[in-house]
Design a protein around this ligand. Structure first.
Ligand code: PAF
Length: 279
């Protein structure tokens, strides 16, 4: 496995590849868990005899001033070992943010879709995500890029950016990976205390209840959600919403595919999760 630390090295490597070499790309912020590894395995399968590229970069521009950039978990040696075991060919792991941000004056934004869910509580977050993913796609020029559906809004916004800017390759969304007890995998789970981790199971239990009510025929959103504060207690709710799965705008009645999305703090750690509700 090759580790590349600069954009110049990445471009040199990319240019050296024979035309027609398939590239499957998995962009991450590191601290790899089984969710990331499922993306890498799918990337390996899709790349065939080609190359799997993983990027590890804790992107500062997608964190707000009072968010957890400084506390975001990091483990480069562990990530490299997991990446290698999952069949990664190249890890792009820039030494400094300046590698990807020679200046901080060029930005990519996707309007509308960022007005909902995480976009409302994390102003500027998706501008940071779009900007860094756009840069990475231009550098790696992959045939396929893989993202997890836990970040459903991120995936929807990136699909729009990708189509609007004619960026290379195909964007593929992959299912949420959960612990056996239901907790959605996230690098941020590493920051949960044992007690907060136990309490955080309220999120997946709540989503399971929502799915049950939906399967029983409930379509009215207020009835579907019930008493969210007690269902997610003692978590501090950022939002619990049912939105149209395409436009991400809130709905009161489910008539088309919808998404029930949750963001809540447990022990000071912000977790997100979601479930699709398809009539
Ligand atoms: O989902 C993530 O890990 C990040 O938002 C991403 C897509 C790697 C951009 O920094």
């Amino acid at each position: 496995m090759l580790a590349l630390r600069s954009t110049a090295d990445l471009l040199t490597w990319r240019t050296s590849l024979a035309a027609g070499t398939t590239i499957a790309f998995v962009p991450t912020m590191g601290y790899l868990h089984d969710g990331h590894l499922s993306l890498l395995r799918e990337a390996r399968a899709r790349a065939g005899a080609g190359k799997v590229v993983l990027s590890i970069f804790v992107n500062p521009t997608q964190f707000g001033p009072n968010e957890d950039l400084d506390r975001y978990p990091r483990d480069e040696a562990g990530d490299f070992a997991k990446a290698q075991a999952s069949g990664t060919d190249v890890v792009f792991c820039p030494t400094t943010p300046e590698e990807l941000y020679p200046s901080r004056s060029t930005w990519v934004t996707v309007d509308d879709l960022d007005q909902h869910l995480c976009g409302r509580s994390r102003p500027g977050h998706f501008r940071g995500v779009c900007t860094v993913v756009c840069k990475l796609l231009m550098l790696v020029r992959p045939d396929v890029s893989l993202f997890g559906q836990k970040d459903f809004q991120q995936l929807a916004i990136l699909r729009h950016m990708h189509a609007d800017l004619f960026l290379p390759g195909e964007i593929v969304g992959m299912p949420i990976v959960r612990e056996p007890d239901g907790l959605a995998l996230s690098s941020r789970n590493a920051n949960l205390s044992a007690a907060a981790r136990q309490q955080a199971l309220a999120i997946s239990s709540f989503l399971a209840q929502v799915r049950e009510r939906f399967s029983a025929g409930v379509r009215d959103v207020a009835t579907l959600l019930g008493d969210t504060a007690s269902a997610l207690a003692p978590g501090k709710i950022d939002y619990v919403e049912v939105v149209d799965a395409l436009r991400l705008a809130p709905v009161n009645l489910i008539e088309r595919p919808a998404l029930c999305a949750v963001a809540a703090f447990f022990g000071g750690v912000r977790l997100i999760d979601n479930t699709l509700l398809t009539p």
